[in-house]
Write a protein that binds this ligand. Structure first.
Ligand code: SAH
Length: 187
């Protein structure tokens, strides 16, 4: 069976992330991706995870209780990646889940400008063969504008440097999520 966008995002991470890698969860939310990544990077790797809501950090802290050493949780927006993660720190993979935190305040959403700042900071650090995955949820107010800006940003990435994939079920009702995967080519 074809994988949902969520399952496919994990598949794309699993294929490339291994023991010792440093990776980013740009939107912690309820912590599922942080946990998934923590298991992939192993004892010697590191997951940097970002969210602006205390609730997200609480959810995530519980999930990664066994993996405290290999995770760094920031109560800060992903637009601070540039200042929080050293410019020479290679990043193997990053993941975003855009939109609002399910069952929480629908007004607190990711925004186009800050999402783009984060994507730029990640791409600067992405290793050869590394992947940046963005799962776009856009059914909420403001979601459509963000979707368009994120797709536009990724579409304009030079094909000499990046492969960019768009994965979406196109016959589903109610704004089915879009998965974008940006993979860095070898120099
Ligand atoms: N819509 C997805 C979940 C998205 S969760 C789904 O249905 O599965 C998005 C998370 O991003 C929320 O927890 C929200 O607090 C967080 N967020 C919003 N702005 C952010 C920012 N600038 N930096 C990091 N996280 C942010």
């Amino acid at each position: 069976m074809l994988l949902t966008a969520l399952r496919y995002s994990h598949q794309l991470l699993k294929e490339i992330v291994s023991e010792g890698d440093h990776v980013i969860d740009a939107t912690m939310g309820n912590g599922n991706d942080t946990l998934f990544l923590a298991e992939l990077v192993g004892e010697t790797g590191q997951v940097y995870a970002f969210d602006i809501q205390e609730q997200a950090l609480q959810n995530t802290r519980e999930k990664i209780a066994d993996y405290k050493e290999r995770t760094t949780l920031f109560l800060a927006g992903h637009e601070t990646i540039e200042e929080k993660i050293a410019a020479d720190q290679p990043i193997k993979a990053a993941i975003f889940n855009l939109g609002y935190l399910p069952k929480s305040d629908k007004q607190i959403i990711t925004l186009p400008e800050t999402t783009k700042q984060a994507m730029q900071a990640i791409l600067k650090r992405l290793t050869t063969g590394g992947r940046m995955i963005i799962v776009i949820y856009y059914g909420h107010e403001g979601g459509e504008a963000e979707k368009n800006e994120v797709i536009d940003f990724c579409q304009k990435l030079p094909q000499e440097e990046f492969r960019v994939l768009n994965y979406q079920f196109i016959n589903q009702r109610n704004s089915p999520p879009i998965l974008l995967c940006v993979e860095k080519k070898s120099d």
